[in-house]
Design a protein around this ligand. Structure first.
Ligand code: ADP
Ligand code: ZN
Length: 308
């Protein structure tokens, strides 16, 4: 076998993770690079990749799981470019082209959360499920909504974390999203919790009323996701969920209350299994680009011509 390994890069807001893994998802090497300006960070990542590819290893593809917005439309002339982002210097950068240059392997590109969702499908708690949602509540709110084994996509990737929702009656806090104010991310992501409470999230008591407001916002998003795609399961991960497990029962209760019995399914009846934690833990992120490379869905693939 000449291509039994895959390389991946997870481009994150604070750090980037380079991964070398087998096609079976076994991580062989992992190297971290801080996310600074692209002219600093991208050459550092390229150095890692050059070292791995240059060692004569049989690497069959490169997966890139990137923060968004990023153009993942294979038919677009802007494929591989980062979109409008507040991250200094990154808007318009051709990350896939820069990272893949000279490697001579096909590239699969998608968002970080879609990558993590597909890793859960291939190797984690979503194994055997064609239809599910992988949600991360962390610095932002991201959703990988998998339908028929693929992330939903049209001209771009979905941004379900920015959906608008019904508020808790009487709650008028404006929210923290610079674009939408009180979208789900503006109400439930880590920075929103810190802004609203005025203290570090780790110092807020587990029975503080703020968790009801946060859980309600997440449950409202899940209401819309259930009615949109009827996923067979919903996985809730990310730093906020990991640190605040009391959110799970709040979210389950609020989701059932909001759906009000309108949709019924054996899956939804077992709400503790239906809304649950993901399986790969901290490996979901780094395995995301490996899952993308392992799938190499046609619309996400570009063959990069090796440098002369
Ligand atoms: P990221 O979203 O940056 O990729 P994580 O999913 O690990 O990474 O989430 C990190 C975020 O989790 C932090 O930005 C912070 O907002 C939030 N967080 C960290 N610790 C806590 C805590 N104890 N309680 C609630 N939220 C927390
Ligand atoms: Zn928003």
């Amino acid at each position: 076998m000449t291509d039994s390994m895959l390389a991946g890069v997870e481009l994150g807001g604070t750090k980037c993770v380079c991964v070398l893994a087998t096609r079976a998802g076994e991580i062989l090497a992992e190297e971290r690079v801080d996310t600074l300006a692209p002219e600093i960070t991208l050459p550092q990542i390229k150095q890692v990749l050059a070292r791995w590819f240059g060692a004569g290893r049989p690497i069959g593809g490169l997966g890139i799981a990137s923060f968004g917005p990023v153009d993942i439309d294979g038919a677009s002339p802007r494929w591989g470019h980062i979109g409008q982002t507040p991250k200094p210097g990154w808007a318009g950068i051709a990350v896939a082209q820069e990272l893949g240059e000279g490697l001579g392997v096909p590239i699969a590109l998608d968002t970080d959360v879609n990558g993590a969702a597909l890793a859960e499908l291939r190797w984690g708690a979503a194994a055997g499920l064609e239809d599910f949602a992988y949600v991360t509540i962390g610095t932002g709110v991201g959703v990988g909504l998998i339908v028929g084994g693929k992330p939903i996509a049209g001209f771009g990737h979905s941004e379900l974390g920015h959906m608008r929702i019904a508020r808790v009656p009487g709650d008028t806090w404006p929210g923290s999203c610079p674009y939408h104010g009180d979208c789900v991310e503006g109400l439930a992501a880590g920075p929103a919790i810190v802004q609203r409470s005025g203290m570090r999230a780790s110092l807020i008591a587990a029975d503080d009323p703020i968790w009801h407001l946060v859980g309600h916002a997440i449950a409202q998003m899940l209401h819309n996701i259930v009615l949109t795609a009827t996923p067979r399961r919903i996985f809730l991960g990310g730093g906020v969920m990991a640190a605040q497990p009391q959110l799970f029962p709040i979210i389950r209760r609020e989701l059932q209350a909001s759906l009000a019995g309108y949709v019924s399914s054996p899956e939804l009846d077992r709400i503790d299994d239906y809304v649950t934690a993901p399986g790969l833990g901290t490996r979901a992120g780094p395995l995301g680009p490996i899952a993308l490379a392992a799938a190499l869905a046609p619309q996400a693939v570009r063959q990069v011509i090796p440098a002369a």
